[in-house]
Ligand binder design. Sequence first.
Ligand code: AMP
Length: 297
Amino acid sequence: MEIVSTFAEARERAAGHVGLVPTMGYLHEGHLSLATEARKRSDLVVMSLFVNPLQFGEASDLARYPRDLCRDAALAEAAGVDVLFAPALDEMYPTEPVVRVDVGSLADVMEGPHRPGHFAGVAIAVTKLFAGVRPDSAFFGRKDAQQLAIVRRLAADLSLPLDVVGCSTIRDAEGVALSSRNIFLDEEEHRAATAVGRGLMAAADAVEDRERSGGALEALVASAIASEPMLRLEYVALASAHDCSRLSRLDEEAFLATAVHVGATRLIDNVHIDLRDGAFVADRGVRLDGPTILEAN
Ligand code: AMP
């Protein structure tokens, strides 16, 4: 595996079908599952590693975001990444961008109001990565369901010549969706966070038992979260996978998403609900059976 820091170097390596896995680093099995999927579908796998300041609201969140290039390089190589593209701030933003990517109403709901400017920051970084690396496919996690919907729409609306591939959420053995921010949870907070996964799994079961009411599905998640006093619910919403609009009835591909606060940490999670041959099937994610690489640190 090569580590490069400029778009030109990343592009020089291009050969055959190029798969791009954008990340902010501090890798865990969620990121690595994207690399594994990219490896299966691509001749060359490029993983980008860039903590994008434009998508952070609070400076303190940006400052405390974990970073460790040596650790990430070893994990990326083991997962089959060919090129680790770790640009410095100047390479991504040589000048303050004047032209921005407006994702419209997609950013007005769920995560949007709680994180002003977040999706605009994601959109510009992702657009630059697509333009600079020129991948044939790009791999994103369903863990960040609204982000995935926005990136799909961005690629479609701007006619960007690449496939956006969504990959299942990886969960730890207790059902908590992996996130680089999980390292901030103490044992009690982590135990409390398991209620989120339980609520989402109950809703997934209900979908497969033919529950179609958005309110009823949201209530299942909200009540599991309310049963855990350490959690503070921010929102729970059944949303269209196509345009992120709130659905009062499940009648198209969707995701049931929630955000909670536990201590000083904010967590998001969801179940994606696919429509396959006229039937709704919940993607509960993949549960690991042992300790995660985040716990091993
Ligand atoms: P991040 O480094 O948090 O920006 O995440 C980089 C990519 O990894 C995004 O496409 C995320 O959706 C994806 N990702 C993060 N956590 C998980 C997870 N637990 N399972 C699957 N994909 C994930």
